[in-house]
Write a protein that binds this ligand. Structure first.
Ligand SMILES: Cc1ncc(C[n+]2csc(CCOP(=O)(O)OP(=O)(O)O)c2C)c(N)n1
Length: 548
């Protein structure tokens, strides 16, 4: 009989996949797994709520493009993971979620903490399985990582029954082949696409999260500069072009007139690059169903009556964009003026002189932009502040502004910021949160202090669920059920052992930010915010078409 335990083999398989961290909370049913992790090269990061662990795995996966790993025990541990897993599902982050489980022999009957976790997680995972036998561990682990990391990436899940993990086993991890496939469209498809672009009068690119997650921003930039075609970005596509690039048309997806003012009204051909429909429905930019659409993506596009694509170029985004740029070398278009950018960036620049206190969002964003370097990271939580960030925060580089726009769950910012800091210790990481969402995962401040991940958390305080009052006011002319009181955030932070400040004057935010960014500790800044100016900014931009 082998003296190797199944949990040892399981962890050896995680090591073979290159796993550096497992974020989670152990349970009585994961004792063997945790003991094996302790003896491995992998760092187990205890978190304070499984949702925080899932969000950390999510961001780790987004930034490294290797699946992030989270762990919860059976029953309540697994149910607590669901929101973070669902976020990875809709935002397409590679993740492998692990959950403990009771012995195989207790699953057919009413039994302490037993629920069918595999069934529960099926709708939010690309693949999930219960380990019924220790022998299949190498195959199941390899499959979970391979599927999670394949395009479009997303979460997978493995359930680990206690008795299976404690069983003796023989076996070795399967070889991990990381060679990147570079599938490419056929010559006919490329030629069809080139014919569509060459015959266009006003082509335009809509770039989404897919450009970010495949690391294709450089190729997109080269495509735009060779062809002159302008690029509008979705919230999750922020930074694919430097906002100062003359071909950058702005961030679209907030209001009905965004697209028109970014040039979509005049466009006859829309080239979508890594565009996920989950962010904002195509009916918003193709209401008349009259655009010719050329889709560049890693998998065949979703069907939508407003997104009937004429040519699909499916494969490696960088490769396809580079091929198109090579072929289109001599054909140049003009990006056109973006009225959207003029309005939004004009308001942003004017904000430097806004002396109003409580602060208004543009000035708060202006101070944050000023305090951060080009490659530093801003992570938004979910609420009205997110819409302001999406609308107005200018990004220079890819992977520097994170906005969850698929599941869009409040409470994502703090845990994902901790993971971002683990991946990029050399970059500043700032979160912007509402006072509602921040309390949803506030417990992870302890994790941040323990790990010494110096994340700066800015809370925009207004004592209410701002985006819901905003919507209620618009719909009913009044609001209800959205007001609350807050703890003293500065004293709360102090209790966690971290520095914190409350802004008392419009100049304080910039001052506190610069100080906080120089520390090697996490910190917190509370800014009283005045949401009385509408995120719509200007009548010209039309009515809002999103939920926060
Ligand atoms: C987990 C979760 N619950 C509820 C919602 C719906 N929702 C979206 S924004 C919002 C209010 C956010 O309030 P706050 O965090 O204070 O930010 P603000 O809008 O004031 O900037 C709510 C309740 C959500 N997106 N996620």
């Amino acid at each position: 009989m082998s003296d190797r335990k199944a949990s040892d083999l399981f962890v050896a398989c995680l090591e073979a996949e290159g796993v550096r961290y497992v974020f989670g909370i152990p349970g009585e049913e994961t004792l063997d797994l945790n003991a094996s992790l302790e003896a491995s090269s992998i760092e187990f990061v205890p978190v304070r709520h499984e949702q925080g662990g899932a969000y950390m795995a999510d961001m780790y996966g987004r930034l490294t493009r290797s699946a992030g790993v989270c762990l919860g025990t059976l029953g309540p541990g697994a149910t607590n993971l669901v929101t973070g897993i669902a976020d990875a599902w809709l935002d397409h982050s590679p993740m492998v979620a692990l959950t403990g489980q009771a012995d195989l022999e207790r699953m057919h009957k009413e039994s302490h903490q037993y629920i069918d976790v595999v069934d529960m997680l099926r709708p939010v995972t690309k693949f999930n399985a219960r380990l019924n036998s220790a022998r299949v561990i190498p195959e199941v682990v390899r499959k979970a990582f391979k599927v999670a990391q394949a395009q479009k990436p997303g979460p997978t899940h493995i359930e680990l029954p206690e008795d299976v993990m404690a069983a003796p086993v023989e076996g070795q991890p399967l070889p991990v082949r990381r060679a990147r496939r570079r599938p490419e469209p056929s010559l006919e498809e490329l030629q069809a696409a080139l014919a569509v672009i060459r015959s266009a009068e006003h082509p335009i690119v809509l770039a989404g999260n897919g450009v970010a997650r495949t690391g294709s921003a450089a190729a997109l930039r080269a495509f735009a500069s060779t062809t002159g075609i302008g690029v509008a970005e979705t919230f999750m596509g922020k930074g694919m072009l430097d906002y100062e690039d003359p071909r950058a048309l702005g961030t679209v997806g907030l209001q009905s007139r965004d697209y028109a003012l970014a040039g979509f009204e005049d466009a006859d051909v829309v080239i979508t690059a890594g565009y996920d429909l989950v962010e904002h429905a195509p009916s918003n930019w193709n209401p008349g169903k009259d655009k010719r659409i050329l889709c560049i993506d890693t998998v065949a596009p979703e069907v939508d009556e407003h997104f009937m694509t004429e040519v699909d170029l499916i494969g490696d985004l960088s490769h396809i964009l580079t091929r198109l740029a090579q072929e289109l070398g001599g054909t140049t278009f003009t990006a056109g003026e973006s009225r959207l950018n003029e309005i939004v960036l004009g308001r942003f620049e004017a904000a430097r002189d806004d002396d109003a206190f409580p602060m208004q969002p543009p000035r708060a964003l202006w101070e944050i932009r000023k305090a951060l370097g080009r490659r530093d990271i801003l992570i938004s939580d979910v609420g009205l502040h997110k819409l302001w960030i999406a609308r107005m925060f200018p990004a220079h580089e890819p992977d520097t502004v994170f906005i969850a726009n698929g599941l869009a769950g409040m409470g994502i910012a703090l845990p994902t910021a901790i993971a971002a800091k683990l991946v990029h210790p050399d970059r500043h990481v700032v979160t912007v949160n509402g006072d509602g969402g921040f309390l949803m995962n506030v417990q992870e401040l302890e994790t941040a202090v323990r790990l010494r991940t110096p994340v700066v958390n800015v809370i925009w305080e207004n004592g209410r669920y701002g985006s819901i009052t905003w919507k209620q006011d618009k719909k009913f002319g009044r609001n209800f059920g959205t007001d609350f009181t807050n703890p003293d955030f500065v004293r709360l932070a102090d209790a966690f052992g971290m520095p914190a400040w409350r802004c008392e004057d419009v100049e304080d935010l910039g001052r506190h930010l610069r100080h906080a960014l120089a520390l090697d500790l996490p910190s917190l800044i509370v800014v009283p915010i005045d949401y009385s100016i509408d995120v719509s900014i200007s009548e010209e931009l039309g009515t809002e078409t999103v939920a926060a």
